[in-house]
Ligand binder design. Structure first.
Ligand SMILES: NC(=O)c1ccc[n+]([C@@H]2O[C@H](COP(=O)([O-])OP(=O)(O)OC[C@H]3O[C@@H](n4cnc5c(N)ncnc54)[C@H](O)[C@@H]3O)[C@@H](O)[C@H]2O)c1
Length: 252
């Protein structure tokens, strides 16, 4: 049986989709969970918090933008004040607005790098001093198979996810001496708001179901088991890795 390594996890972008599934899945796994999302997601975030509470754990809810260093530093300080530690960080918040590279605006390039890459960096920087003091910690970054392969109309998004995979490998080397592991998960097509918008049509869904080895696309809960693995003592000797969770759509 897998065991949690600590008692409190922070999950970004937790108001819906994969982030909500991870937050609730970690609560069911024994963690108190601090959930973060934009102020515009307040109601949905409260529903995530309700589900954490229903699982018998404590939920802490924060309406913050992962690109705002001051705000996230305050969140992490608050979690440490309440729990005395930060055991797990899941960097899940992300955006995807498809465009060809030729037509991509500078604004959209910057927005994707700000949220998907800089947001991960800032969250890591916020928790690392405490994790180093504890001599333990688990950082789990939600990247994408797009970051390995590159996908037409997602060049900017894919580049941010390649950056996340690289940050994961480098941070694993820089933080490992303090008992901190850093790993990434690369989901394939998961049927969330982002996943459905991205596919666009039922026909595209059918197509990708046929391509997938498991003959189905993912649901948010499919990502939870791998997150629990990276959060638990079962992965004590695993760091700097990126795991595809894609139903057999992509193999590298
Ligand atoms: N759905 C897929 O097919 C798929 C595939 C591969 C990777 N991913 C990745 O998984 C993660 C979750 O995706 P999802 O499908 O659940 O998407 P989603 O759009 O349903 O959820 C993303 C969440 O991130 C939040 N968010 C966005 N910008 C933020 C910011 N600046 N600060 C705080 N929160 C912010 C959103 O409000 C939302 O709650 C993302 O990083 C995404 O890139 C998704």
């Amino acid at each position: 049986m897998m065991r949690p390594t600590g008692k409190v996890a922070i999950v970004t972008g937790a108001s819906r989709g994969i982030g909500r599934a991870i937050a609730v899945g970690l609560a069911e796994f024994g963690y108190n969970v601090a959930v973060l999302d934009l102020a515009s997601q307040k109601k949905e975030l409260a529903e995530t918090a309700r589900q954490i509470t229903a699982a018998g754990r404590v939920a802490y809810q924060y309406e913050v933008d992962v690109t705002a260093r001051g705000e996230i530093d305050a969140v992490v300080a608050d979690v440490i004040g309440k729990e005395g530690s930060v055991d797990v960080l899941v960097n899940n918040a992300g955006i995807l607005k498809p465009s060809t590279l030729e037509d991509l605006s500078e604004k959209d390039w910057d927005a994707h790098f700000n949220v998907n890459a800089k947001g991960v960096l800032l969250m890591c920087q916020a928790v690392l001093p405490q994790m180093r003091r504890q001599k333990s910690g688990r950082i789990i970054n939600i990247a994408s198979i797009a970051g390995r392969q590159g996908v037409a109309t997602q060049g900017h998004y894919a580049a941010t996810k390649s950056a996340v995979i690289t940050l994961t490998r480098v941070l694993a080397q820089e933080a490992g001496m303090d008992g901190i592991t850093v790993n990434a998960i690369c989901p394939g097509i998961i049927l969330t708001e982002m996943g459905k918008n991205n596919l666009g049509s039922d026909e595209a869904i059918r197509h990708w179901e046929t391509v997938a080895s498991l003959k189905r696309l993912g649901n948010p809960e499919d990502v939870v088991g791998p997150v629990r693995f990276f959060a638990s003592s079962e992965s004590n000797f695993v760091t700097g890795q990126a795991l595809n969770v894609c139903g057999g759509i992509y193999f590298h």
